[in-house]
Design a protein around this ligand. Structure first.
Ligand code: GUN
Length: 295
C-alpha cells in the first residue's frame, strides 16, 4: 500500500489562517501592523523565488513587507550597515536575510547584526542558545514546519519515537534535532560522515532528510510505515519524455520508491516548503509581540 501524502500546502493554509486572525487582533487591539523586512543579495534564481513567495504570502496575510535587493558584489560593511539600520528601525518587526549569501560575504557576521528580537529565522547566537536551553524565543522556520507536519500525520504526541535527521546545518539539521527532542523523541543526527547511514535511517520512526542531495534516500532506507519528512529542494534536469520544462524540483528522498514503504511522506514541492513560509509569517507576529512585551 502506498503512503499517505502529507499535504504541506493544506497545513500551511491552516497556520496562515491562524496567523491572519492573530494579525487582525493585533491591529484592532494595539493599532499597528507587523512588518517583515527581507534582504536578498544577488540574483540566485532559487533565492529570488523563495523571497517572492515570502513577500507574496505576507501580503496575503496582511503583514507589511519591505524587500531590499542588493547587488551581488555588495560589500560586507554595506550589508551589515543595512541589517543594522533595519535592526534599529522601530517600524520593522522581523528581519530575514535570504541565504546563502554570495561567497565573498561573511554570513555569520551579517546574521549577528540582526536584533535577536527581530530574528524571525532563529539564526542568531541568542536565538540558537535559547532553543538549546528550551527557552521561549524565535525558532528556525523549516524545523518548526517539519515538526508540525510530523504531528499532522502522527498526532500531537511524538513521545518516544526514534527520529533520524540527515543533515547538521544551522538552518535545519541542528535546530530540528532540538525541536524533536523537545517533543520527547529519541534523536539521531546523521550526516555525510556517518557510518552505516542506511541502517541508521531504517531505525527511524520519523526520517527527516535535509542534506541537499537529490533523491539520496531510497525506499529501502525507510522502515515500513515510517513518517518521511523531505526538506530537500533540488532543481535537476527533467528527462521525462512528456517534460514541459527542462528542469524540475525533487527532494532529498526518492519519492517514488519511498512512498511504497513509508506510512506517511511529504512531497516536493508542496511539503515542507510552504510550511517554512507559514512559520516565518507566524514568527513575524511572535517577534512583533515579543518586542512590545505583548506575550
Ligand atoms: N535559504 C533557504 N531556506 C532559508 C530560510 O529558511 N531562511 C533563510 N534566511 N534563507 C534560506
Amino acid at each position: 500500500m502506498s503512503a499517505q501524502i502529507i499535504d504541506g500546502k493544506q497545513q500551511a493554509q491552516i497556520l496562515n489562517q491562524k496567523t491572519k486572525e492573530e494579525l487582525q487582533k493585533i491591529e484592532k487591539e494595539h493599532g499597528f501592523t507587523p512588518c517583515l523586512a527581507v534582504v536578498l543579495v544577488g540574483e540566485d534564481p532559487a533565492s529570488q523565488v523563495y523571497v517572492r513567495n515570502k513577500v507574496r504570502t505576507a501580503g496575503e496575510i496582511g503583514i507589511k513587507s519591505l524587500e531590499f535587493v542588493l547587488p551581488a558584489d555588495t560589500k560586507q560593511e554595506d550589508l551589515e550597515a543595512k541589517v543594522k539600520e533595519l535592526s534599529k528601525d522601530e517600524s520593522v518587526d522581523g528581519i530575514l536575510v535570504q541565504l546563502p549569501l554570495p561567497k565573498h560575504l561573511n554570513q555569520d557576521a551579517v546574521i549577528e547584526k540582526i536584533d535577536p528580537l527581530k530574528d524571525v529565522d532563529g539564526l542568531t547566537e541568542k536565538s540558537a542558545g535559547k532553543l538549546s536551553l528550551g527557552k521561549i524565543g524565535l525558532r528556525a522556520c523549516t524545523p518548526s514546519g517539519s515538526v508540525i507536519l510530523a504531528k499532522s500525520a502522527l498526532g500531537d504526541d511524538l513521545t518516544g519515537l526514534n527520529v533520524v535527521i540527515i543533515g547538521r546545518s544551522i538552518l535545519v539539521g541542528k535546530p530540528a534535532a532540538l525541536l524533536f527532542l523537545e517533543e520527547n523523541c529519541t534523536v539521531t543526527i546523521a550526516h555525510s560522515k556517518t557510518k552505516n547511514l542506511e541502517e541508521i535511517c531504517k531505525n527511524a520512526d520519523i526520517l527527516v532528510a535535509a542534506v541537499g542531495r537529490p533523491l539520496m534516500v531510497k525506499g529501502d532506507w525507510v522502515k515500513k510505515g515510517a513518517c518521511v519528512i523531505d526538506v530537500g529542494i533540488n532543481r535537476v534536469e527533467n528527462n521525462a519524455v512528456d517534460a514541459k520544462s527542462k528542469t524540475k524540483l525533487v527532494g532529498d528522498v526518492d519519492f517514488e520508491s519511498a512512498k511504497e514503504i513509508a506510512g506517511q511522506i511529504t512531497p516536493v514541492p508542496g511539503g515542507v516548503g510552504p510550511m517554512t513560509i507559514a512559520c516565518l509569517m507566524q514568527n513575524t507576529i511572535i517577534a512583533a509581540k515579543l518586542r512590545r512585551n505583548l506575550v
